[in-house]
Design a protein around this ligand. Structure first.
Ligand code: NAD
Length: 298
């Protein structure tokens, strides 16, 4: 079994690393925060003091970091992955970052004979814990095939969608679909609630029809409880939509609905809600309509 290094043990990275340990992989880990490192080490991983050290001890290095600059720093920066990696190491960046940056990092990695895949995920913390993430991969087929078994420990699907950067392009499409779905759910549920119908009943009535969705099933129960603990923070979704808008404008694709939802998220940020789960988008509508979409008090 390949030796794996894991860098970035946040909401997603920690459970993903835990699943690799459970599957019997030898894991070395690093995060700038000591707490999640302690927890993963207690489960059997080995602690390293830098991304460089992780890479020096691994055949495959996985990164799960917030955004493009974080991945650049951890891979290309001082004490980064490329300083420690041996020829033939495979770097799998599972963070959601700008596709162009994936390509830049892969080009630098290639100079050191390190192969890279961009392999962002969808499914959030619950699916990271269950090992049932949807993984969208960009890179060379022969490299993908070498690590497919590792990806399948963390996800129920791992689809090679194209060359390096394609994984993150797919993720941008995914994030547009998710953001617009949450906004549509929010708009509809605020309308129904203010019109006097119990939102839980509306959820039950529509979920089996064409309006039913994974987004509705995952987010409506949390909304009804007023539970906006992340999950996936609004600030990370702002980052994804900013990458989507940049990419779309660069290649000449107007994305009007994405622009509107981006501004809704910006309003929530001003309202100090950027750290809430993205299900909290509904708070924008609730504030405008002066109504709360919650279970009626028993
Ligand atoms: P997070 O902020 O919880 O975790 C990021 C971790 O990286 C933190 O533990 C942080 O300390 C660590 N880190 C930051 N810079 C570092 C560095 N230079 N070296 C080592 N460690 C460093 O974020 P998350 O929610 O786990 O998300 C990670 C990525 O996955 C993001 O790109 C996000 O968009 C994506 N994603 C998140 C979800 C979700 O539901 N949370 C779902 C799908 C995809």
């Amino acid at each position: 079994m390949k030796k794996i290094g894991f860098i970035g043990l946040g909401i997603m990275g920690k459970p993903m690393a835990m699943n690799l340990i459970k599957a019997g992989y030898n894991l070395t880990v690093y995060d700038i925060r000591p707490q999640p490192v302690k927890e993963v080490v207690a489960a059997g991983a080995k602690e390293c003091k830098s991304s460089r050290d992780v890479a020096a001890q691994s055949e495959v290095v996985i990164t799960m970091l917030p955004n493009s600059p974080d991945v650049k720093k951890a891979v290309l920066g001082a004490n980064g992955v490329l300083e420690g990696a041996k020829t033939g190491t495979i770097l799998i960046d599972m963070s959601s970052i700008a596709p162009l940056v994936s390509k830049e990092i892969a080009a630098e990695a290639q100079k050191k004979s390190v192969e890279m895949l961009d392999a962002p995920v969808s499914g959030g913390e619950p699916k990271a814990k269950d090992g049932t993430l949807a993984i969208m991969v960009g890179g060379k087929k022969e490299v993908f095939e070498k690590v497919e078994d590792i990806l399948k420990v963390m996800g129920s699907s791992a689809v090679l969608v194209g060359d390096i950067g394609s994984g993150n392009t797919t993720k941008l499409a995914n994030q547009i679909i998710v953001a617009l779905n949450i906004a549509a759910m929010s708009e509809a549920m605020v309308l129904a609630t203010k019109a006097g119908v119990d939102p839980e009943k509306v959820f039950q009535a529509v979920r089996g029809g064409l309006a039913g969705s994974n987004v509705l099933n995952a987010k409506m129960p949390l909304v009804l409880d007023g539970n906006f603990k992340p999950g996936f923070r609004i600030e990370l979704h702002i980052k994804d939509l900013a990458n989507a808008l940049d990419t779309a404008h660069e290649i000449g694709v107007p994305v009007p609905l994405t622009g509107v939802v981006m501004e809704i998220m910006q309003a929530l940020k001003v309202d100090a809600k950027a750290g809430d789960d993205h299900g909290g988008i509904i708070q924008f509508y609730e504030k405008s309509a002066k109504v709360g979409v919650r279970r009626p008090k028993k």
